[in-house]
Design a protein around this ligand. Structure first.
Ligand code: HEM
Length: 227
């Protein structure tokens, strides 16, 4: 088993499974975040955030999610280093002229940029909610239940800083670009590799990447324009 995990195909499968898991997380995260723009009172988003913070199943998933990110990043670094060692520069040049997309040639850079965004993002919200606290989180009552005002924390950041809003939009666009290749590549590595599936998955990958890129961008944009 450990031999498979460290083999070339094994590493790709680990990248795929962890990537598909992260894709599921992104869908849930985006759905919840869109509550931010559907209800300006903040009640809807606060209820969603409160549910996520108190649900035992979600609490169990938190370390699994962290592990998913860590495995995905470490395996990406190992695969990239191996590829760089194994392939002379001339191969890189020949790939550029082939039919590989720009995103597929720059997955490590795109992933690295998303990681920089993620560190900033965790500090902005997760850290304040779980560790340091913030006066912006002062409790509110929604439907008779007391909960942290997560809506206030998130919306204040976007309303008060154009720089942060733009950084979030750039982060979302880089994530979308990463997914244009990552999505279908994940399926290809676990066996959907014939011509028909390749074409289908390329279309679905672009659609999904646009939903994620535009979906996450629209939130800071909404606060920038409306408030
Ligand atoms: C407009 C865009 C986004 C908003 C408003 C947003 C909001 C939030 C908030 C409020 C939290 C803290 C949740 C809590 O602990 O209760 C959080 C956590 C997190 N976000 Fe985002 N997020 C955005 C985009 C993203 C993107 C693009 C990614 C992935 C690259 C991402 C990945 C994460 C992760 C890994 C966590 C920590 C795990 C968790 O608490 O669920 N977020 N986000």
């Amino acid at each position: 088993m450990s031999g498979f995990m460290t083999s070339s195909i094994g590493k790709k499968v680990v990248m795929s499974i962890s990537g598909l898991f992260l894709i599921c997380f992104l869908l849930v995260h985006l759905t919840l975040n869109l509550f931010l723009i559907f209800d300006d009172s903040g009640d809807l988003f606060n209820m969603g955030a409160h549910f996520m913070a108190t649900n035992p199943a979600i609490k169990i998933m938190e370390p699994v999610l962290a592990l998913g990110f860590i495995v995905h990043m470490i395996w990406a670094a190992v695969l990239t280093l191996q590829n760089m060692k194994a392939r002379p520069i001339s191969y890189k040049v020949s790939r550029q002229s082939g039919n590989c997309s720009w995103a597929s040639r720059n997955m490590f850079i795109l992933g690295g940029t998303v990681l920089i965004f993620l560190v900033l993002h965790i500090f902005n919200f997760y850290w304040k909610i779980k560790v340091s606290g913030s006066p912006l989180l002062a409790e509110v009552s929604v439907g008779g239940v007391e909960m942290e005002n997560t809506y206030n924390l998130v919306s204040t950041l976007f309303k008060s800083s154009i720089v942060y809003s733009l950084l979030y939009m750039v982060g979302a666009i880089f994530l979308g670009l990463h997914l244009t290749h990552g999505f279908w590549s994940a399926f290809q590595s676990i066996g959907f590799s014939n011509d028909l599936w390749r074409k289908r998955l390329t279309v679905v990958a672009y659609f999904f990447a646009i939903v994620i890129g535009a979906g996450f961008s629209i939130i800071p944009l909404y606060f920038m324009i409306k408030f």
